[in-house]
Design a protein around this ligand. Structure first.
Ligand SMILES: Cc1cc2nc3c(=O)[nH]c(=O)nc-3n(C[C@H](O)[C@H](O)[C@H](O)COP(=O)(O)OP(=O)(O)OC[C@H]3O[C@@H](n4cnc5c(N)ncnc54)[C@H](O)[C@@H]3O)c2cc1C
Length: 453
């Protein structure tokens, strides 16, 4: 008997990974991947491609640990075609008292925490594992908490000298999301999966699913036993076609990347985050002018922390990426989002606080600078939605917010297990709609740091 047919809506990294694990772990390669465009061209093309196992909730730690283990497996099997590095996440603050931050680490790592935290306050640097090489194998798990000022100055020479503490999360780094998607698509092609380019306009349930797809050759009807909603920012619209209302919102986030010809950011620097809130570095006149403009006044006031910076394009490259997910106002998803022209200047000035050498680009960002972005599609508690969705045979894999590249493997594996009705990990129910029936759990999730970066 041939395996049941599955239509996956969306060939971003989440839809691709779902199909990949359905074929690879359950032998069900009878899959049609539907997307209005080429694979990996919408949100998944805008990702910063960073990964970490640092979260304030043990369930998210388990989920991302599983995903990173699967990424490592692919890196190993493919001769590291996905360009996995492991320099970690360096969280920097000017505070010496970091008890609150350490308490958050304890919440996330739970019982294992004591084996995972290494404090470097004294004179010795010998136990602080180097990060200068991009190697991903052999690097310890856990977190180095560096408060020895000489060690900070010598290992992070480009950082603001007021930095007093660095929390260096070691199971973190970056990958090539595009290569990951291509690797999985090649496997799927071999496994017999097919692709249709066209926009899904309607879905009718009953005796499987009838999917109406608008293509350049006219309207096509697809029939499948099961359907997977992996439509990223449009997952709410796909769910609505089946009469399901998903608690989703889209929040636009932006980034810039440019050639760092001045060498302001050392090539071996980990993904670095300035945790401290700040007043953006405007001149007094600029700040006064901003305050007079009702639409721009917010830029003159205190901004949240978590601005990030990393080298891009490998050790031999010159580009850097800067991002700051300060927007928290949801908006309607659009195929061509409009970006704020002020963002490049805001993020550059913000990032210059941690890396003062970036000030050299004030007023003269290179012409080839790339200003881009996309939506964090998220639930209010910032947990994903993975599992059954309304009518029998319909599934969802969405709301992967700002962590969908790093968690795509575990999300794909979990959704595939739901589809194949196979054993599922302990985090399965919490990521399904079942969590909304648990008022206590929801209250505690809404009260926990949501890990939006
Ligand atoms: C600026 C930014 C930085 C990020 N940085 C990171 C990071 O560093 N690390 C990390 O892990 N994650 C990061 N993310 C998050 C990550 O990029 C996303 O979570 C992930 O790409 C979501 O993948 P997806 O497949 O769900 O969505 P998408 O990539 O958007 O794919 C959905 C697909 O569905 C298709 N589709 C939708 N509706 C229809 C329809 N009606 N018919 C046909 N096709 C349809 C779309 O064309 C699209 O191709 C970042 C996101 C942004 C925006």
């Amino acid at each position: 008997m041939s395996s049941p047919t599955t239509a996956v809506v969306g060939t971003g990294i989440v839809g691709i990974a779902t199909a990949y694990y359905l074929a690879k772990q359950h032998g069900q390669g009878n899959i049609t991947l539907v997307d209005r465009s080429q694979p990996m061209t919408f949100t998944s093309a805008q990702s910063g491609e960073n990964y970490r196992n640092w979260w304030s909730h043990p369930t998210m730690v388990d989920f991302t640990n599983r995903s990173i283990a699967l990424l490592e497996e692919i890196a190993r099997d493919s001769g590291n075609r996905i360009n996995m590095t492991r320099r970690g996440y360096a969280l920097a603050t000017r505070e010496s008292d970091i008890d609150t931050l350490v308490a958050e680490l304890r919440k996330g790592f739970g019982d294992k925490v004591d084996a995972l935290l290494r404090f470097h306050t004294g004179g010795s640097a010998s136990t602080y594992y180097p990060f200068e090489k991009p190697d991903w194998e052999g690097v310890p798990d856990g977190v180095d908490i560096v408060q020895n000022q000489d060690l900070i100055r010598s290992r992070f020479p480009s950082f603001d000298h007021a930095i007093r503490s660095i929390i260096h999360v070691r199971r973190g780094g970056d990958i090539s999301g595009q290569q990951l998607g291509m690797y999985m698509l090649e496997y799927l092609r071999e496994a017999g999966a097919s692709r249709v380019i066209g926009e899904v306009k309607s879905i009718a349930a009953g005796n499987g699913f009838r999917v109406e797809v608008s293509t350049t050759d006219g309207v096509k009807q697809l029939q499948a036993d099961r359907i997977v909603n992996a439509a990223g920012p449009f997952a709410g619209k796909i769910a609505a076609m089946l009469g399901v209302d998903l608690p989703l919102q889209n929040v636009l986030q932006q980034k810039i990347s440019f050639e760092d010809s001045a060498g302001a950011v050392p090539r071996a620097q980990p993904f670095s985050i300035d945790l401290d809130p700040q007043l953006i570095d405007w001149t007094d006149e600029e700040r006064a002018m901003l305050r007079q403009d009702a639409d721009a006044a917010w830029m003159a006031e205190k901004m949240p922390g978590s601005i990030h910076c990393r080298p891009d394009g490998g050790d031999g490259g010159k580009w850097i990426k800067l991002g700051w997910a300060f927007n928290n106002t949801p908006s309607e998803a659009r195929w061509e989002p409009a970006f704020d022209d002020n963002f490049p200047d805001i993020v550059l000035r913000g990032a210059s606080r941690l890396t003062p050498a970036l000030k050299t680009y004030y007023g003269r960002l290179p012409r080839g600078m790339h200003h881009y972005g996309g939506y964090y599609t998220m639930t209010k508690e910032n947990w994903p939605l993975i599992g059954p969705m309304g009518p029998e045979g319909a599934f969802m894999n969405c709301a992967l917010s700002g962590y969908g590249t790093m968690s795509a493997c575990a999300a794909g594996e979990l959704c595939a297990a739901w589809i194949a009705n196979a054993p599922r990990p302990a985090y399965a129910d919490g990521f399904s709609m079942a969590r909304y029936a648990n008022a206590q759990m929801m209250a505690s999730l809404l009260d926990t740091d949501k890990g939006v970066l």
